[in-house]
Design a protein around this ligand. Sequence first.
Ligand SMILES: [Zn+2]
Length: 404
Amino acid sequence: MYAYAVDFADEGVETVLANIHERAGLDGVGYSITYHDARDLFPHNPKRKTGFMWGGQLYFQADKRLYNGLRLQPLVNELVTERDLLTEVKEAVTKRGMDLNAWTLFLHDSPRWAQFPDLAPRNAYGDLYLTELCPANPEVRAYAHALAMDIARYRPATVISESLHFLPFEYGLQQERGALDLTPRVRLLLSLCFCPHCREAAIAIGVDADSVARAVREELDGVLSGNAQSDRAEVDRLEIGKMCSGEMRGYLEARCNTVTSLMTDVATTLRAEDVELVVLEIVGAMKGYATGAPAGASAASQAWQLGVEPTHLAKANVQVEPLGYARIPSRIEFELAAFRESLPDARLGLGLRPALPDTDSVDNLAQKLVLATRYHIDRLDYYHYGFVPLSALDLIREASTAVR
Ligand SMILES: [Zn+2]
């Protein structure tokens, strides 16, 4: 079960673990290593009912030597400057025979990164997206590598990675605004990075990156000046790949290569320390996060928009974890079936929310757990301890007992 560092700091390590282990009956915890800016509501925290999460800050005592020579230096949150909280959690978890997992946001988000604008993605117009880092940038990749090495010192069972890829257009700040009703295709075009490193990656496989950027600008110019947009259908990779006489197909392929190689590098680094990399697949989460009612195409069929190719990752022995943020069990079955179709033998995880808007009863959660078994899910993660009422822990235990 995911948990913030502030949950452990405020409630006490043993209290949190007793709740997760004994009350919910779970055998692992996903400690938040870093997070994005957010103001969150904590229903059962004894010290605060809301809290501010500082994006890009680390909730463990980083080893600064690992970041030597990088402009991106670790910034440790004040919660853990005087206290080695992650070691405390690791020791307590080990004593209980539970797993420690390191829930880690790699490339999203921190306004402090704005001091290095050359590390940020830039759209086809050259505008910067300052809340994120471009995965094609060598300095960014070196930072991700250093962070992975740093976390591995604590010997977690896994690093559960989030945002180790390109991000959607309306995501980095989570407060993006605009008065136009954009279609999925336009959103994708606005999200594409054309920084020098992304262009280089495309040119390296024979793509005319400048022409792709020009074609993107031309289409966006039309939309922004009021022309009719393409239909509202989800983006078809083959269809959009025809842009710019087919050059777009190669540009999208280069993005996927960039992300696959970054994830493979991080996974290899971690594996040398006996730590496994899990990749959270956020397309499903984006569709269902606010309402629990995702619709349209499966996450498995849309992940390429972020540069994520589940089949490539499975070949690199990286475990993918779809996020089943959906109330209706049949939607989760739809998602799992799509992932299993493309990854019949791969190890898969599944993220679930044991409270509203997804789960309103033991029976609802039990149905989802039955699906997890049917589709041979290797790991289940619940999101997350600090957010849900403690009664959700009872619901997890009752649903787990019901399907045994
Ligand atoms: Zn880029």
